[in-house]
Design a protein around this ligand. Structure first.
Ligand code: NAP
Length: 330
């Protein structure tokens, strides 16, 4: 079997890849700068893979839109999302990761080295590729939703629910995530309204049962949020009945979106196996995708847990998988 060629040019003294026109050759390319990407970078850099990491559309990933993070181990007093991401970035830099601005806009994974286009211009030829592009929570698109982001509006109950202890909140959606978020919040909050746009839930039967048996959860059927209202932070939501058009207000301090996530796998879908939503499939217990030498970690391959700490753990797995694979291939 043909092994991939050794790196064509690498300036050992400068410890940097040599640029060749518009194409640059690297041993390990990481795309994405959330907890998965940075953790992969820390491990890959310490394994001397000289990783190059492109930060992507949202440097620091989804956590940069959260305020306080209290469930990432090692921060007993909590830490803000942006500070946590800055710390992870510093740690990746400390071991020599080449961190760059830029968005991966196309890929060609048909042969090795894999070719990734950055910002529609430059091409990186990578011997191994770690995809850590994350997922994007879906939002309704309301202007007021943007205005109250981080001030009552959230797309992660596990991350932000604690701040609404003893208060009333609304969860939007009718799938398993919405039910899970509502159940989680019902253990913390006084009252949880589960607002769904239809008159039956999409969630699994077992989840539906749990929701219906929880005293402080009220399902508001066939309604959609029209506007979130408040002053400095959320204090209510105007809902519209989809059948009658009538509007009503509920008083809530928290507004949780659970209408799905979109994994950021678009540019790889032509080559990699994904599920029907677009989550990249990995061999269970590993970060290995359907193409040898391409590894995926973090939310782009995880429809279930989606936590910073699980993303970080999977980033570590991806770097170790990449390192072992590269050394096997010589
Ligand atoms: P989902 O199943 O796609 O559900 C999204 C929900 O949001 C649906 O009820 C949908 O309404 C509603 N929705 C979508 N767009 C909306 C809009 N613009 N306005 C109002 N409502 C809107 O997504 P998910 O709940 O995140 O689940 C994703 C996958 O992960 C599923 O396969 C799920 O089973 C799985 N999951 C499993 C577990 C578990 O097993 N514990 C937990 C979480 C997720 P409609 O129903 O009308 O389409």
């Amino acid at each position: 079997m043909e092994l991939f060629k050794p790196m064509e040019k690498f300036d050992e003294a400068a410890d940097k890849p040599v640029h060749e026109g518009e194409t640059e050759k690297v041993k390990c390319l990481i795309i994405g700068s959330g907890p998965a990407g940075y953790t992969a970078a820390i491990y890959a850099a310490r394994a001397n893979l000289r990783p190059v990491l492109y930060e992507g559309l949202q440097p620091g990933g989804q956590l940069t839109t959260t305020t306080e993070v209290e469930n990432f181990p090692g921060y007993p007093e909590g830490v803000t999302g942006p500070v946590l991401m800055e710390d992870l970035k510093k740690q990746a830099l400390r071991f020599g990761t080449d961190i760059r601005w830029g968005i991966a806009t196309a890929s060609d994974l048909s042969s090795r080295p894999f070719k990734i286009t950055i910002d529609d211009q430059k091409i990186i030829a990578a011997d191994s590729l770690i995809i850590a592009t994350g997922a994007t929570a879906k939002y309704l698109g309301l202007e007021s939703e943007k205005n109250f982001m981080g001030h009552g509006v959230s797309a992660c109950a596990t991350c932000d629910g604690f701040f609404f202890k003893g208060q009333d909140v609304a969860v939007i959606g009718g799938g398993d995530s919405a039910c899970e978020e509502a159940l989680y919040l019902s253990g913390l909050c006084k009252k949880v309204y589960l607002v769904h746009r239809r008159d039956e839930l999409r969630a699994s039967k077992i989840m539906q049962e749990r929701i219906k048996n929880r005293e402080n959860i009220e399902i508001i059927w066939s309604h959609i949020p029209k506007e979130i209202i408040g002053d400095q932070s959320v204090n209510g939501v105007i809902l519209q009945n989809k059948k009658t058009g009538e509007e009503k207000k509920i008083d809530v301090q928290g507004f949780f979106l659970a209408i799905g996530h979109q994994p950021n796998s678009e540019i790889f879908k032509e080559y990699l196996e994904t599920d029907e939503v677009g989550y990249i499939k990995t061999i269970p217990g590993t970060s290995k995708t359907s193409i040898e030498g391409v590894f995926a970690c973090g939310d782009v391959q995880d429809p279930h847990y989606r936590q910073a700490v699980t993303a970080a753990g999977s980033g570590c797995i991806a770097a170790i998988d990449a390192e072992r694979w590269l050394s096997e291939k010589g």
